[in-house]
Design a protein around this ligand. Structure first.
Ligand code: HMG
Ligand code: MG
Length: 286
């Protein structure tokens, strides 16, 4: 009997803000995290410990981590592409770290400056260190249906990379439709391939809403048994290395959709509405 509880992992402070061109005050980022902490999320991705030359918007990662009010029961996570990022995340008190790979070679080069195989080797010590320090390790696979540089990505490649991340010790693999081009059919084919390799409880869906298809794709993933989805309050975001990528699917839209389907999210609607409004206020005017 599949669970009627669905976990939404909140992405706005990280995936949401990383692509904003105008600098956003650190204090306002902290306020966003604090507002989100009040909503009932179990996990919030706060920031990334990546090169400030590559992602200037998140150069204040350590200051944000130091400034947030930590709610008991909330895990504050950060992206860590290599040991330098892991050490910084550890020093900043991250409760969870995430490594991020791609199912497309070109996207891997553009995003983290190495091949897929090299990225797995870079992640190996991060995985070992996270285990030594008792920090849960999450993994991402980007471009699970389509790459902005290479076009369609084969479901078998996605399954292979997801399997490698799982073998490194990731408790959960988040499957990213980075540019939001996935159709229901393509997402379903991809999930079938990944589910042939990995248990459904180890998978999360990460849908960008570029084409307005994210909720349809969540429906497909729910049908396949997935119960964890990434979303960003206010629908903020996009990846700087994925031209055309728009925001993560809006947390409010996902919440409303799930509730309409009879699922429980554990989120406080009113507080979520306030956090989302604040998140939208951070977005640069178009
Ligand atoms: P690199 O240039 O190959 O790294 O970058 P390097 O080891 O050769 O180091 C070069 C310089 O970077 C050195 O500084 C290092 O200190 C510094 P310099 O001596 O030139 O002054 N450096 C770092 N600084 C801070 N933190 C670090 C770090 N590592 C090296 N951790 C690297 C490799 C991965 C660091 C770089 O390519 C990078 O930072 N890329 C950014 C990737 C990123 O954040 N992308 C967006 C997030 S992924 C995403 O959005 C997709 C997702 O949402 C799922 C989906 O939607 O698909 C997760
Ligand atoms: Mg993303």
């Amino acid at each position: 009997e599949p669970s009627d509880h669905v976990m939404i992992v909140e992405m706005a402070p990280r995936d949401g803000l990383q692509n904003e061109k105008q600098p956003i005050d650190t204090a306002r980022k902290i306020e966003l995290v604090n507002l989100l902490s009040d909503c009932g999320f179990e996990r919030i991705e706060v920031t990334s410990f990546v090169s400030p030359k590559w992602v200037p918007q998140l150069a204040d990662a350590a200051t944000v981590m130091a400034g947030i009010e930590r709610r008991p029961g909330v895990r504050y996570a950060a992206l860590t592409p290599n040991m330098q990022g892991f050490e910084a995340a550890l020093a900043a008190g991250a409760d969870e770290v995430a490594i991020f790979a791609s199912a497309s070679e070109t996207f891997s080069m553009r995003n983290i400056n190495c091949s897929i195989a090299e990225s797995i080797e870079r992640f190996r010590p991060v995985a070992a260190a996270s285990r030594d320090h008792g920090l849960p390790l999450r993994g991402y696979v980007s471009c699970v249906v389509e790459c902005p540089y290479e076009g369609p990505v084969s479901p078998e490649k996605v399954a292979d990379v997801a399997w490698q991340l799982r073998a490194l010790g990731c408790y959960e693999i988040s499957l990213g439709d980075t540019i939001g081009k996935g159709t229901s059919e393509a997402v379903d084919r991809m999930l079938a391939a990944v589910l042939a390799e990995l248990p459904v409880a180890a998978l999360a869906g990460h849908f960008h809403d570029t084409s307005g298809r994210a909720l349809d794709n969540i429906a497909v993933a729910l049908e396949r048994g997935l119960r964890v989805f990434d979303a960003a309050a206010g629908g903020l975001g996009g990846c700087p290395f994925a031209p055309g990528a728009k925001g993560n699917v809006d947390t409010v839209a996902v919440h409303d959709y799930l509730v309409s389907r009879g699922f429980r999210t554990g989120l406080d609607e009113e507080k979520l509405g306030r956090a989302a409004a604040f998140a939208r206020s951070l977005r640069s005017a178009a």
